[in-house]
Ligand binder design. Sequence first.
Ligand SMILES: Cc1cc2nc3c(=O)[nH]c(=O)nc-3n(C[C@H](O)[C@H](O)[C@H](O)COP(=O)(O)O)c2cc1C
Length: 257
Amino acid sequence: MNVLIVLAHPESQSLNAHLANFAAETLREGGADVECSDLYAMNFDPVEGPQHFSNRINSERFNAQAEQRHAFETHTLPDDIQGEIEKLQRADAVIFQFPLWWFGMPAILKGWIDRVFVYGLYRSNQRFNQGVFAGKKALISVTYGVPEQSVLHDGREGDADLILWPIHFRLYYMGFSVLPPLKVYGIRGGLQGEEADVLCAYVEDIKDEYRERLLAIDRTPALLFNKVDDFDIEGKLKPLAPVYSPFIRHRKHLDLA
Ligand SMILES: Cc1cc2nc3c(=O)[nH]c(=O)nc-3n(C[C@H](O)[C@H](O)[C@H](O)COP(=O)(O)O)c2cc1C
């Protein structure tokens, strides 16, 4: 099995970097081939724009999707993007390791998605369960500053599963089978004494759980999302289609309660 680990953290001594290294070692011990994209170490440029396109289809007015598609089809994508796409094509599974920043992924990772999931690689008739990466697994491993209680469904910081849904949906859009995420809560720096000991013990427990999950990555059931055929020609959920999340629901379910 080939696994790609995408790490989005600026500090090589962070817990996020530690978890990415731990995943790589564990998977290699289990017999997998592992590649890493350490986005800060690569100095990855997350800002999509005209400066990245040398062979423009329209040099007067920049249209990101049109230029992405043209560059993909004419094999003129920037080398860094072409390299990332080839890593994805080689991978059977992709792990995204990042801290939750402002209820989402760090900008460098969002920009990686903007620039690497190029239009042309996917098409409008190739998405969800028919997506270009169908058959590949995706797993996000995310750390939080806040404790678990505050990201449960009645928590002050909002339901963690709902906050992660848009991230998962991007991956499912590309066809990935999205596995249940690893969520690591309450990661705060500067702790001392007993509080630091409790956090260390928690991280060791998390690593035990993560090891089991990594070694079972090829046989873990994926999260459920609607399939292409659940929608009508206008993109509306068909009346008898199942509902898996408040993000896509029947109109009679507009009341989220
Ligand atoms: C810009 C920024 C935004 C953050 N936003 C959140 C947030 O929305 N929710 C949260 O639980 N923690 C938030 N945090 C805390 C980080 O998630 C936490 O420090 C990190 O997960 C710890 O892992 P690390 O030691 O590898 O950095 C934020 C931190 C930064 C720097």
